[in-house]
Design a protein. Structure first.
Length: 403
């Protein structure tokens, strides 16, 4: 009988096969550009034009809000990159491991996500659906704002980069360049702004719609201190039981260790989510004595040597309430999907607003600099783009430094 992991891989193979058949049967309709396959069409153009011209005031407000959000997120991204750069330089000098902050987001056939230096692997279906939603809404609102600003849409359509779904709207670039700065920036800004809105909707769904379905069920171990009891016992997963103490959140964990104290042999029960199934394990260890980090004096409390997120919500393992267990697989899938849609839409939207060359953020900054520095804007834009690209490359490379 096929398990969940086998079914997942089988569904991926079927998806790739269907894509290959569709492309093969319609190969004459696809246009190849380097490693891209593009299918251009006029279908859908009338709908975009109707949306853009029927509510011009709303779309102007939407575009202006997008400009504000775009510049704000672009500046915040610059600040964040600089902060990561300085943090990593400091960590490397002091012999610590650098922060793992940048990585390519790619799909994996595994049903669980993983992060290694420079690479963030997302379960295939979460990734493919998130990317599809991202590009369709991103490009769709670009087209709507083109229609609102009376800029001709030459074509729109779908594309493929291997099996990665793409969507595009092709405006008349000559008309676009001749429009006032405000109109151009509205067109450039709305794509990422739509992604921010999708991320916001996903965040609300995770926070409110799913909150009543899940209940706290343990403390997630995010790190282990070398040489401690937890390190010796190879502790991992989420702690949900210590001897007779039930552990639902961080407060339960701290209270249990305070009562147990140091030098006691204990059994810790943990659980992890593997291929969509919760796997439970037992770990036997002896507690050490906790020391005050400032005075280095003993506190009399039990200590096992784990680290967890300072955010109580992020450190808590969430499990489905008993009354919803009949729908466990469906709930877990959609909860995971909304999480990754939030991460991908927010992340891609913010990166796209960086003032780098061909990105929408770069085009917004180019228009702005041209307005205020008509003689030197190209030189300023080139320097800004090159500086940020070098900064990203250095940060990316720094993640692999091991002293």
């Amino acid at each position: 009988m096929l398990n969940f992991s086998d079914l997942n891989i089988l569904s991926i193979l079927i998806f790739v096969l269907v894509i290959a058949i569709v492309v093969a049967r319609n190969r004459k309709k696809f246009e190849r550009q380097a490693i891209l396959l593009l299918y251009k069409t006029q279908r859908g153009k009338e709908m975009l034009i109707s949306l853009g011209t029927s509510h011009p005031r709303f779309w102007k407000w939407f575009g202006n809000a997008g400009i504000v959000a775009g510049f704000a997120s672009g500046l915040y991204m610059i600040y964040l990159l600089l902060q990561i750069f300085y943090d990593n330089v400091g960590r490397i000098i002091s012999g610590e491991e650098p922060v793992q902050a940048l990585g390519l987001v790619l799909p994996t056939s595994s049903t669980s996500a993983s992060f290694t230096p420079g690479l963030f692997l997302v379960p295939f279906w979460y990734w493919i659906i998130s990317i599809a939603v991202l590009v369709i809404f991103h490009e769709g609102v670009h087209g709507v704002l083109c229609a609102r600003e009376r800029i001709r849409i030459k074509s729109l359509g779908l594309g493929l980069l291997a099996v990665i779904p793409l969507a595009f709207v092709e405006p008349d670039e000559n008309q676009l360049k001749k429009r006032p700065a405000g109109q151009q920036m509205r067109v450039f800004a709305v794509g990422s702004f739509a992604n921010f809105i999708i991320a916001g909707v996903c965040f609300l769904a995770i926070t409110f719609a799913f909150s009543g379905i899940f209940t706290p069920g343990g403390v997630i171990v995010t790190g282990i201190v070398n040489g401690t009891p937890a390190h010796q016992a190879n502790l991992s997963g989420a702690i949900f039981q210590i001897d007779s103490y039930s552990i639902n959140d961080v407060d339960d964990l701290r209270n249990a260790l305070d009562r147990i104290g140091p030098g006691k042999s204990i059994t810790i029960q943990t659980k992890t989510l593997e291929d969509g199934v919760i796997v439970k394990k037992s770990h036997r260890l002896t507690t050490a004595e906790q020391r005050n980090e400032t005075t280095n004096q003993t506190t009399g409390r039990g200590f096992i040597g784990i680290t967890f997120s300072p955010d109580k919500r992020q450190s808590t393992f969430q499990e489905i309430r008993a009354e919803y267990m009949d729908y466990e697989q469906l709930i877990m899938f959609f909860n995971g999907l909304f999480v990754f849609m939030f991460i991908i839409n927010l992340g891609v939207g913010m990166v796209n607003m960086l003032p780098i060359g061909p990105l929408d953020g770069g085009r917004m900054w180019d228009v702005t600099l041209k307005k205020f520095f008509p003689r030197n804007y190209k030189r300023i834009m080139s320097g800004l783009s090159l500086g940020l690209l070098l900064l990203i490359i250095v940060i990316f490379a720094s993640q692999f430094v091991r002293l």
